[in-house]
Design a protein around this ligand. Structure first.
Ligand code: 13P
Length: 251
């Protein structure tokens, strides 16, 4: 069965010391049974976060926010999968709309990264979602279908136990504007249907589909209650232990 997951994407927030302090705060909380909790600090702080989690026997998963798909070599500024794995990181967020829009990551690069990650026994949290202009003209389902096709639908079915989907409509990210539970459910149902069509009902039933975009303690429950919503990818509210734990406990 698919997992319930709450993942915190810290983006470019929290220095080395702040990271340790937030991880320590999270570790103090009792995690609910049956919910996988994941946090994604900035690259410079991953190792410290992993050590804190390991030393306290916590089952919080530490994920990276990015990686490059080549093994090693002359790629200034990049980090490889084996580098991440060597410090205990085997989950990575890929295709985030901020990587797509601010850093101009093209679709084929995202596809290469996702394929490399899953082929190297990492789990990829593949992010996608439509812009406001696409939704305004009723194009959201088509945009999402294309992003799935270009990002993950060329993978073998066997790779899908290392894929987590994260639907993040761009207009809801960091804006305080959340998609309604109904809008989220409709899209998640559609996404699962596309996976079933491309692969099988079994793969579709087993893949976790997270929602991201202004999830807060006061709206998480309603969103997580939707039948095709398996959790959330949380930005702003993941930067505070109490808010994040309130969301984790919203299932
Ligand atoms: P916010 O929760 O701040 O809207 O960010 C969502 C997000 O982009 C998570 O990856």
């Amino acid at each position: 069965m698919r997992k319930k997951i709450v993942a915190g994407n810290w983006k470019m927030n929290k220095d080395f010391y702040q990271t340790q302090s937030l991880i320590k705060d999270l570790i103090k909380h009792k995690m609910p049974e049956g919910v996988t909790v994941m946090v994604s600090p900035p690259l410079t702080n991953l190792q410290a976060a992993c050590k804190l989690v390991k030393d306290s026997n916590s089952n919080i998963i530490i994920a990276a926010q990015n990686m490059y798909y080549k093994g090693e070599g002359a790629y200034t500024g990049e980090v490889s999968m084996s580098m991440l794995k060597s410090i205990g990181v085997d989950h990575v967020i890929l295709g985030h709309s901020e990587r797509r829009s601010i850093f101009k990551e093209p679709r084929h690069l995202i596809e290469d990264k996702v394929a490399a990650a899953v082929n190297n026994e990492m789990t990829a949290i593949f992010c996608f979602g439509e812009s406001l202009s696409s939704r305004k003209i009723g194009n959201e389902f088509r945009v999402v279908r294309n992003q799935l096709k270009e990002g993950v639908f060329r993978l073998f079915g066997s790779a899908w136990d290392r894929i987590i989907l994260a639907y993040e409509p761009v207009w809801a990210i960091g804006t305080g504007e959340t998609a309604t539970p109904d809008q989220v459910q409709k899209m998640h149902f559609y996404i699962r249907k596309q996976v079933a069509k491309r692969y099988s009902q079994k793969i579709a039933d087993n893949v976790s589909i997270l929602y991201g975009g202004s999830v807060k303690p006061n709206n998480a429950k309603e969103i997580f209650n939707q039948p095709d919503v398996d959790g959330g990818l949380i930005g702003g509210a993941a930067l505070n232990a109490n808010d994040f734990m309130a969301i984790v406990n919203a299932f």
